[in-house]
Design a protein around this ligand. Structure first.
Ligand SMILES: C[S@@+](CC[C@H](N)C(=O)[O-])C[C@H]1O[C@@H](n2cnc3c(N)ncnc32)[C@H](O)[C@@H]1O
Length: 259
């Protein structure tokens, strides 16, 4: 099972009825939306389609025309408040500059008992996910040293998406791309932001690992859950589920005309 299938199964395992609505936040080319729809889930997607990797051209135009996938403009999720049972975000939050504003938007569109499934690398992972160079995201932005470090590791075989670029050209371009389009956060920073909008966070990296391994899951299932979780956190990133915090509105906010 790959990450996309994991996200799809996470929803279908919880889908209680046909009215369940799911949003894939940062949906990219819409793969999860399409997979969910193949399972008869009422799924939608939205994305800023940023210049760091715009997948919008890979999306069938009818998904845009039918309002199934929408572009995010001015940081607002283009869907109504309290309209989704689940929001998924897969490999998105490490690209988001203002995490609090994104999370408050996700909180807004989730129904009161809704949950959000998040999968993304935090600063604690050992390998920079986009280029495959270990610890590259630990260097300060704009550091020159890391270009030579990247080139050295690339020379001995590390790295992906190499194309036909020279070693130095690839290293320089990737470091520039990382500076511009990624925003790695520590676990503490991630938790601080999530805890403002969500509650009952549950880490499920062990479940993720076993489902990813499929028939080979016995390789790891004997390990304590904490060790399985650590393996995923260091090699891939964090995988967790949180529930919406419902903000209680004052009488005045609910009925502004009544004084
Ligand atoms: C690595 S891709 C992942 C796409 C998709 N979730 C997937 O797994 O195939 C990152 C996606 O995040 C989107 N993105 C970046 N910043 C975003 C933001 N602030 N809000 C929503 N989407 C964002 C990008 O446009 C891109 O589609």
């Amino acid at each position: 099972m790959d990450n996309y299938e994991f996200c799809t199964k996470w929803v279908t395992d919880r889908k209680l009825n046909d009215n369940v609505r799911v949003l894939d936040y940062g949906c990219g080319d819409g793969r999860i939306v399409k997979m969910l729809r193949e399972h008869n889930v009422n799924a939608f997607g939205c994305d800023t389609f940023y210049e760091g990797g715009d997948y919008s051209k890979l999306i069938e135009s009818e998904l845009f025309d039918n309002g199934i996938i929408k572009k995010i403009n001015e940081d607002t999720i283009p869907f109504k408040p309290n309209s989704f049972d689940f929001v998924i975000n897969h490999q998105v939050m490490e690209h988001v500059e203002d995490l609090d504003s994104v999370l408050s938007e996700i909180q807004r569109v989730l129904k009161p008992d809704g949950s959000v499934l998040s999968l993304f690398p935090d600063k604690g992972v050992w390998r920079e996910a986009h280029c495959g160079i270990p610890f590259l995201h630990w260097f300060p932005k704009n550091s020159r040293l890391r270009i030579y470090y990247t080139a050295g590791l690339r020379f001995i075989g590390f790295g992906h998406h190499k194309g036909d670029k020279s070693i130095m050209g690839w290293s320089r371009d990737f470091c520039e791309w990382l500076d511009k389009w990624t925003c790695y956060r520590t676990r503490k920073e991630v938790d601080t932001s999530y805890n403002k909008y969500f509650r009952e966070t549950q880490h499920i990296e062990d479940d993720f690992l076993q489902k990813r391994l499929g028939s080979k899951k016995s390789l790891v299932s004997w390990l304590p859950s904490s060790i399985q979780q650590l393996i995923v956190k260091k090699l891939a990133g964090i995988v967790f589920v949180s529930k919406k915090i419902v903000i209680k509105q004052t009488n005045e906010q609910l009925h502004p005309s009544i004084k």
